[in-house]
Design a protein. Structure first.
Length: 292
């Protein structure tokens, strides 16, 4: 006997919550609105929604576009041969269909690409994904700050935050966890814009089914440099634990956030670019200098 939706008795499309296609959409959009509701006067803010072309970012951008917000999109071309141009085309078509302003920046404009990160992993003593993540965070904030945006919106989902929690625990550094929140606030004196993560409570599988069932276009390819990414392996293990113990992800994130150590000191300013840094030179400037 087929499973029926717990609200309307239609066919279930998301078994974990026993939801049909319509109620899955309501489930996700309600969770997105819960996060957006934390920012008072959001409709008066200037919002920058980052889009990679993947299922999460286009699905979230679709939901954001349905709200009455002052928003633009930002795509960062990372110069990945089998990925970047194809995903950029998806984002361009997505933005055009919804009449959204799309900003495009290119990592190569700074003199390097993700391929250079990959080839220099051992020299940096860091994997490609970590170096790429540092570059993205820096460039998103730099673009947003210099163009007068109040908040950056990213599409990290519940599975991402659960894996971040495990990584923080495994490294023994719970300060990392304390920075993982659904909303963080602008600090203009430190040249940082705020962050909103509306998919904070949305599981990755629900995000995928939402995009598929609402015919939202997304790029399905994988980055060729993703091999050896510890976070991907952790996400797989967390998903296995979620199947055994439903609710594990949500409780893990909540527990580790309560256990995190708040940051008590303000970051320094990078001597080279003036953006926040824990030491005299920020990681992006150090990467740029070494690759030069």
């Amino acid at each position: 006997m087929s499973i029926k939706c717990r609200f309307c008795r239609k066919a279930v499309i998301y078994p974990e919550q026993r939801l049909c296609v319509d109620h899955l959409s309501k489930f996700i959009e309600k969770r997105v609105d819960k996060v957006l509701g934390k920012v008072l006067g959001l409709e008066e803010k200037k919002i920058l929604v980052t889009v990679s072309g993947g299922k999460d970012s286009t699905g979230l951008a679709h939901i954001m576009a349905l709200r009455d917000l002052n928003m633009e999109l930002l795509y960062l071309n990372l110069g990945i041969p089998t990925y970047s141009d194809a995903s950029q085309k998806v984002v361009e078509d997505f933005a055009k269909a919804r009449k959204l302003k799309l900003n495009i920046i290119t990592l190569n404009d700074y003199g390097f690409t993700v391929k250079d990160f990959h080839e220099k992993q051992e020299e940096f003593r860091s994997n490609t994904c970590s170096l790429c993540g540092s570059a993205k965070r820096y460039l998103f904030n730099k673009f947003a700050f210099e163009n007068g945006f109040d908040f950056i919106v990213t599409a990290h989902n519940l599975d991402d935050f659960a894996s971040f929690a495990v990584m923080g625990i495994s490294s023994g550094d719970l300060r990392y966890i304390s920075k993982t929140a659904s909303v963080s606030w602008p600090k203009k004196e430190q040249k940082t814009v705020g962050r909103i993560r509306p998919y904070f409570h949305v599981p990755e599988k629900a995000s995928l089914i939402y995009s598929l069932s609402n015919n939202i276009p997304f790029f399905e390819g994988d980055c060729e440099y993703v091999g050896g990414n510890k976070q991907g392996d952790i996400k797989t293990r967390v998903a296995e634990l979620e199947r055994v113990a439903p609710g594990f992800r949500q409780h893990l994130v909540k527990f580790t956030r309560k256990s995190g150590t708040p940051e008590t000191t303000a970051p320094k300013s990078c001597d080279s670019c003036g953006y926040p840094s824990a030491i005299d030179s920020c990681r992006f400037c150090r990467i740029k200098e070494r690759l030069r």
